[in-house]
Design a protein around this ligand. Structure first.
Ligand SMILES: Cc1ncc(C[n+]2csc(CCOP(=O)(O)OP(=O)(O)O)c2C)c(N)n1
Length: 465
């Protein structure tokens, strides 16, 4: 059956049709819809966890028990989940496990622009990256097969454009009989030093095997140009779409779907079939650096920006093509900065804090908007949970006069996510810190998800509060 789907819906459907039985996630733009769409399937389990580390560990537990499982988060969520991530690489999986992570080049709704591919390299976990909704569906299914075949969790990288653009998806029959039995295996699953030391060589060997697999796997492909241009382009994800829009079939393209580990021979063969090679990738020069390390001469970041999001226009411009020649999209979309909703209960509080000229350490949520004029009420925002722990340090450094004039603000979802441990530190190490929890009983900023303070679960059924 063919349907129009946004990328995130296609991932959800691909995971479901691939036999995923358990998803545990924490919301974060642009990843949230994967879990929201998956929650509509009645015969699979789906939950919001309090944070990404808990989500990842819950999905890991389900995999250990033998079910195909997944967790989803935004790029900064992977920082929170990094601790289990690196060691899950050593244990491998029982049921297939997929970790979906959505990057946000251009920072449409994020506090930084980090490139998740670094995590795949550092944790030695394979990473797939689709470029449209059909690939999002197909790759999600393939991710479970790769996970079980190579005994590894699989990272699944989305980005804002692929996550939120719509294209046609042809779905296939749902996978059946994918559940595995649970068998106790301490050498594989207890990562104490004596066992972990034996698993590390396994991880290295696995990376070598997956690299070999990626040479011939259909997830990477060469599209030969019609011969009118003598150069070739190595690319992936949304950059691939821009390349096609600018050049059509005139140029040869190596389109990568497995972005870690990268296929050395395929890249070398491709490079030797063209006169010059460009690497077009958003954010960090990861494919470019790999190419240079294996002795393939490529042009990359000296021509394309390391910051921000690409578009058809930026690609055309970098190649010296005029707008008229190539790119039809010429509408400039007006900037629409976020703002607090009319009637938002956060407004009054910020009015008072601002009026009293208090120092306010902020956190991540709708209340971050208290930093904007005319309120101008915030002094610091770093990452989720940092307001409470930061306030403690600020007060320790400043003493009692500082304590009287300083507060922090944090939302209910963010407090549950990682504020609570900071509060434990305030209590344990006894700073006289004033923590204001802005409890609007919803995860507002990411589009109204339930959380442990709301009394409802992801399906809207009553839950422990
Ligand atoms: C590690 C991490 N995960 C997820 C997000 C995405 N995110 C931004 S704000 C927010 C929660 C906001 O909810 P809450 O704290 O209840 O405040 P509200 O927006 O409702 O005022 C989330 C999940 C993030 N920025 N960082």
């Amino acid at each position: 059956m063919k349907q129009l789907m946004i990328g995130n819906e296609a991932v959800a459907r691909g995971l479901y049709d691939g036999g995923c039985a358990v998803i545990s996630s924490y919301p974060g733009t642009p990843s949230t819809e994967i879990t929201e769409c998956f929650s509509k399937f009645d015969d699979a389990y789906c939950e919001w966890a309090p944070n990404e580390k808990v989500a990842t560990e819950s999905a890991f537990g389900a995999s250990l028990r033998g079910k195909r499982s997944a967790c989803c988060m935004k790029h900064v969520g992977l920082n929170v989940a990094a601790d289990p991530l690196f060691t899950m690489s050593y244990t491998g999986v029982n049921g297939g496990m997929v970790i979906c992570v959505a990057d946000d080049p251009g920072m449409h709704s994020s506090q930084n622009e980090q490139d998740s591919r670094h995590y795949a390299i550092a944790s030695k976990i394979p990473m797939l990256e689709p470029s449209d909704s059909q690939e999002a569906y197909d790759f999600a299914r393939a991710a479970f097969e790769i996970s079980e075949k190579f005994d590894t969790p699989v990272l699944f990288k989305m980005c804002t454009r692929v996550a939120h653009s719509q294209s046609i998806v042809e779905t296939r029959e749902k996978a059946t009989d994918v559940e595995k039995p649970y068998e106790k295996n301490p050498q594989k699953y207890i990562m104490a030093p004596a066992n972990a030391i034996r698993r590390h060589p396994f991880v290295e060997e696995r990376t070598r095997k997956i690299a070999e697999f990626s040479e011939t796997s259909g997830l990477n492909r060469v599209e030969k140009g019609d011969g009118s241009k003598n150069f070739g382009i190595i690319t992936s994800s949304t950059s691939y779409q821009y390349i096609k829009e600018v050049f059509g079939d005139t140029v040869s393209v190596l389109k990568l779907g497995i972005v870690n580990p990268l296929p050395e021979k395929l890249i070398k063969d491709f490079a030797s079939s063209v006169e010059k090679v460009y690497v077009v990738e958003e954010l960090d020069p990861i494919i470019e650096t790999f190419c240079k390390n294996i002795g393939v001469d490529v042009v990359g970041k000296e021509m394309f920006s390391i910051t921000g999001e690409f578009s058809q226009k930026t690609i055309a411009k970098a190649f010296g093509l005029s707008d008229k020649e190539n790119v039809k999209v010429d509408a400039e979309i007006p900037v629409r900065p976020p703002m607090m909703c009319a009637g938002c209960p956060h407004r009054g509080l910020f009015y008072v804090l601002s009026k009293n000229k208090l120092t306010v350490l902020g956190d991540i949520g709708c209340y971050t908007l208290g930093s904007a004029p005319p309120l101008n009420a915030l002094d610091m925002t770093l990452c989720m949970g940092a307001s409470v722990s930061g306030l403690h340090g600020f007060n320790i450094a400043g003493g009692s006069e500082t304590e009287k004039k300083t507060v922090c603000v944090i939302g209910d979802s963010t407090f549950m996510h990682s504020g609570v441990t900071g509060l434990i530190n305030v209590a344990y190490n006894m700073s006289n810190s004033t923590v204001i929890i802005l409890d609007n009983s919803i995860t507002g900023m990411t589009g109204h998800q339930q959380n442990p303070s709301t009394g409802y679960n992801i399906k809207g059924d009553p839950a422990a509060r």
